[in-house]
Ligand binder design. Structure first.
Ligand code: ATP
Length: 614
């Protein structure tokens, strides 16, 4: 026991030494970071680390990687841009990190390969994408490295991507489970900023992590303060932004120090970044615009001037910020709604990385209000409503190498003018609702008498309700009242009975006119084809192979049915039309089969056509 303690102390001393000399930090950021580092260093068990953005997760594997002399730590990371940032960061610290990826020049690849094959490789960390991990060449390399005991740790960054339960599922991550099972002797480290308990369990399962040591911190960032501004309620939105910016930057912001206070305002379009930069600069806050439309050189110059403290504020599209690691970002503003919940967590998470208070604000307009309902409106009235950090994160799959539309698409994401995807919209909406509900605090205090009265009323309502399990309403779905269920039930009942009536009438009308429909259909095909094979094909297609054909047939049926519509009787004209169309569609699907029509002799079906006419 005493020996173990001594060993533990020695390891801690060595870790602190490495932290000071290589990473230039005086101490661990948090006890959790220290404990996670020590657990990884021990190398006895798999380790799972879940900490919020900016909490220093990377150090948890980078420090042990540096201390594992003569060995390589392999890091699977989802995004080449992230890999690049990590490598640049490590290069500044004089830690040799390499990558093998599809974007590399052959000469670079050879150089890395050669070092990895050396008796004592100089490479400390090797970054790869999950796609690379799935290649035979990498697997051969890994096999060789393991055989010569040259691998210290296997690290899976953004480990939530392995889970289908998570928002960011990435199928290639699943293949990592196979590697884990092949190399059971290696200690694995899985890191993520956000994972629910369900996703965490799934990560363990998919990566075959065996009873890993867990280091978890809430994704809640207590130093971030969120609020929302309603643009339409402001006299001058630019002046309001400027005032907020100056307030966030605090005193002495004009000193132009690299570690001075600074901020970012995200905009949806390039034009908005330029416009806003001009407005802020004219109002006395030097600001530069950053977007994908700038030449690489100009973009780099803008970023550099912001990093160096030359300009305190940058207005940018989302192309700015990935991997930007500036500790003193005192605010992150959004000049319009963020593109997604994931995006918002990431973008606002760039504030306050030094742990000091920082502000995050969304400026929104009516258009956005329409998008997310009354929740923000509520806050806007309070104007000064301050909230704390959001706790949801997810990454857009497009961020990843091999993502559907690739990196360029991601760079330009904010510059689209189109509507947001509906799943993102609903995700954002439910997040906002959830978070605002949390922040509004508990419901107002009610007297005992009021409470008694309420519970009596509830009991009464449950007794008289026709709904099944009426008394479970609130228990099963938090926030759902019996009254709401009753209201929806009534609507449903009405709609069902209206539709049923309309169905009966439409079906009746259609059934009586089948021959007429069939005559029309045959005639259409007869007059639009000149070759017998085409005629036969078109007739055969009627039966069900082509949904386009069926649609046009259904349209024809609808034309014939519409005269049967009687205004105001059963359903609206549109409802009747929809029903007629779907009835015709399914009728045709059932009654004209390809098999029957493809018979060489069509005479069997002819009698049903009630005498064709030409
Ligand atoms: N012990 C420490 N002392 C001081 N600063 C630290 C310490 N460890 C890490 N940092 C700094 O904290 C910042 C955030 O670290 P890092 O990028 O590793 O966070 P992260 O949790 O990986 O964030 P993200 O999820 O956004 O990638 C960096 O500037 C890093 O240098």
């Amino acid at each position: 026991m005493a020996e173990e303690n001594n060993h533990g102390n020695k390891q801690l001393d060595e870790a602190l030494d490495c932290l000071n000399t290589t990473f230039k930090h005086k101490d661990f950021k948090t006890p959790l970071q220290r404990d996670a580092v020590l657990a990884v260093l021990k190398g006895k068990k798999d380790v799972y680390i879940s900490m919020p953005t900016g909490s220093g997760k990377s150090l948890c594997y980078q420090l042990p990687a540096v201390m594992a002399k003569g060995k390589i730590t392999i890091v699977v990371s989802p995004l080449i841009a992230l890999i690049k940032d990590q490598m640049e960061h490590l290069e500044r610290l004089k830690v040799r990190a390499e990558s093998i990826n599809s974007k590399m020049a052959a000469s670079d690849r050879q150089r890395v390969w050669t070092d990895l094959q050396a008796v004592v490789p100089a490479t400390r960390l090797l970054y790869i994408t999950p796609e690379q991990a799935d290649t035979t060449s990498f697997q051969n390399l890994l096999e060789r490295l393991v055989r010569h005991s040259k691998v210290a740790y296997m690290v899976v960054d953004e480990a939530h991507c392995v889970s289908q339960w998570g928002h960011d599922f990435r199928p290639t991550y699943l293949k990592l489970g196979g590697l884990r099972r092949t190399y059971r002797q290696l200690p694995w480290v899985a890191l993520t900023a956000t994972a629910s308990a369900k996703v965490m369990e799934d990560i363990f399962k998919q990566l075959s992590l065996k009873d890993p040591l867990k280091f978890r911190a809430s994704c809640f960032r207590s130093n971030l303060f969120y609020d929302v501004r309603y643009k339409e309620s402001l006299d001058d939105e630019y002046e309001d932004l400027k005032d907020w910016v100056v307030e966030c930057l605090g005193p002495n912001w004009e000193d132009k120090r690299a570690n001075g206070p600074c901020g970012i305002v995200y905009c949806r379009t390039r034009e908005a970044t330029e416009e806003l930069a001009g407005q802020l600069t004219r109002r006395g806050v030097p600001t530069r615009a950053y977007h994908a439309g700038l030449k690489d050189r100009d973009r780099a110059a803008v970023q550099e001037s912001w990093m160096d403290g030359e300009v305190p504020v940058i207005t940018a599209t989302v192309s700015f910020g990935m991997g930007v690691d500036k500790a003193t970002v005192r605010f992150v503003g959004h000049w319009s709604m963020p593109q997604s919940v994931a995006g918002y967590y990431q973008e606002s998470g760039r504030a306050g990385r030094d742990g000091l208070p920082a502000q995050c604000r969304i400026y929104y307009s009516k258009r956005v209000e329409r998008l997310i309902g009354g929740y923000f409106r509520d806050i806007a009235r309070k104007q000064d409503y301050r909230t704390k950090a959001m706790t949801i994160s997810s990454l857009d799959e497009d961020q990843y190498e091999g993502g559907r539309r690739g990196r360029q698409r991601e760079l330009d994401m904010y510059e689209e003018t189109g509507e947001r995807r509906s799943d993102e919209r609903s995700g954002l909406e439910s997040l906002v609702k959830r978070q605002l509900k949390l922040r509004r605090g508990s419901s107002p205090v009610r007297s005992d008498r009021q409470k008694k009265q309420e519970s009596k009323e509830k009991e009464q309502a449950v007794k008289s309700s026709r709904l099944r399990a009426a008394d479970c309403t609130e228990r099963k779905i938090a926030g759902l009242t019996l009254k709401t269920r009753e209201e929806y039930f009534k609507l449903l009942e009405e709609a069902l009975s209206r539709n049923l009536n309309a169905c009966v009438v439409a079906a009746h009308a259609l059934a009586g006119r089948v021959p007429e429909v069939a005559i029309e259909l045959e005639y259409n095909i007869f007059t639009s084809n000149r070759v017998v094979t085409m005629y036969r094909r078109a007739m055969a297609l009627l039966g069900g192979h082509s949904s386009a054909e069926r649609r046009s047939v259904a349209d024809l049926c609808v034309q014939l049915l519409m005269p049967h519509y009687k205004a105001g009787k059963i359903a609206s004209k549109d409802e009747f039309k929809t029903l007629a169309r779907s009835l015709a569609h399914s009728y045709l699907q059932r009654h004209t089969t390809v098999g029957a029509l493809e018979q060489p002799d069509l005479s069997a079906t002819t009698p049903h056509l009630a005498g064709g006419s030409t």
